[in-house]
Ligand binder design. Structure first.
Ligand SMILES: NC(=O)C1=CN([C@@H]2O[C@H](COP(=O)(O)OP(=O)(O)OC[C@H]3O[C@@H](n4cnc5c(N)ncnc54)[C@H](O)[C@@H]3O)[C@@H](O)[C@H]2O)[C@@H](O)CC1
Ligand SMILES: [K+]
Length: 245
């Protein structure tokens, strides 16, 4: 009988699900995390598509671990937070989950890495719907067991506008499990200030590091549990913020 060898993983580092040491990193500000992404792209030559793929793949794994059954509906906005949603959809589909993407903007209004991943999702014939009215969004959320918030991430500025506020209100009214990607839509990543219609998450999957706005008491009820997903940014780039393990 074949007995699998015991792989003696290094025990001195807390292992995260990706099997590599999960460095403890300080909470970062909006400006810091956006500049880390930019430096990874401009100074290290890591394509934004690779960062987005790592983000979406990692988030899909965490979703599968925390909400392993039922239909997943991913609400996507116009920016790269929305782009993450198309990557998440592709990887959940590969896990044979029922997945629907609901874009609250016309797909043609997307650009860059988000547009690239929306096009891949459509070519892959994933279930991608465009819903630019509250009624249309409602029609696509009624049968959701899990709702993933890919509406706004670190690019959000000011109070929620228009269809984004509608989408969050409708999502908050459902019985579905709600999972926020990078930051719950409506929350300011720096101040923790929350729009009256902030996405109420049971779980927030955030990239690279926690955000400084996550440290305030009043934001805990909107964040739920927090999981940090590494997206391949080199350790050297994160060195200024690594905490002693
Ligand atoms: N290459 C990268 O920089 C990566 C970015 N990632 C994702 O990209 C996100 C940042 O993406 P973006 O910078 O495109 O920004 P967002 O995806 O947060 O979207 C911002 C867009 O939404 C609109 N908007 C801003 N505030 C609004 C408001 N209050 N109401 C309505 N619309 C509003 C603006 O048109 C803006 O273009 C991160 O949070 C993360 O999820 C990850 O994929 C990791 C890699
Ligand atoms: K979000």
């Amino acid at each position: 009988m074949f007995v699998a060898p015991i792989i003696d993983k290094p025990t001195h580092f807390p292992q995260n699900m990706f099997g590599h040491p999960a460095m403890k990193i300080k909470s970062l500000s909006r400006e810091q995390v956006r500049s880390v992404d930019q430096q990874a792209i401009e100074d290290y030559g890591i394509s934004g598509l690779v960062l987005m793929e790592n983000a979406g793949r990692g988030a899909a794994d965490v979703i599968q671990q925390n909400a392993a059954t039922g239909r997943v509906v991913i609400l996507c906005g116009k920016g790269n937070n929305g782009g993450d949603g198309y990557v998440i959809a592709r990887h959940l589909d590969l896990m044979e989950r029922q997945v629907r993407v609901v874009s609250v903007v016309e797909i043609e209004s997307l650009s860059g890495d988000a547009a690239a991943n929306a096009a891949i999702a459509q070519k892959a014939e994933l279930d991608v719907q465009v819903a630019t009215s509250a009624e249309a969004i409602e029609s696509h959320l009624h049968d959701a067991d899990v709702i993933v918030d890919c509406l706004l991430g670190t690019g959000a500025t000011g109070p929620l506008r228009g269809i984004y506020a509608d989408a969050v209100k409708i999502a908050n009214r459902t019985k579905a499990t709600r999972i926020a990607i990078d930051v719950p839509t409506g929350m300011d990543v720096d101040s923790g200030e929350a729009d009256p219609h902030t996405f109420q998450a049971e779980l927030t999957i955030t990239f690279v590091a926690k955000k400084i706005g996550f440290e305030f008491d009043e934001t805990q009820s909107l964040l739920g549990d927090i999981e940090v997903v590494p997206i391949g940014v080199p350790r050297k780039l994160l060195r200024p913020w690594v905490l002693p393990s």
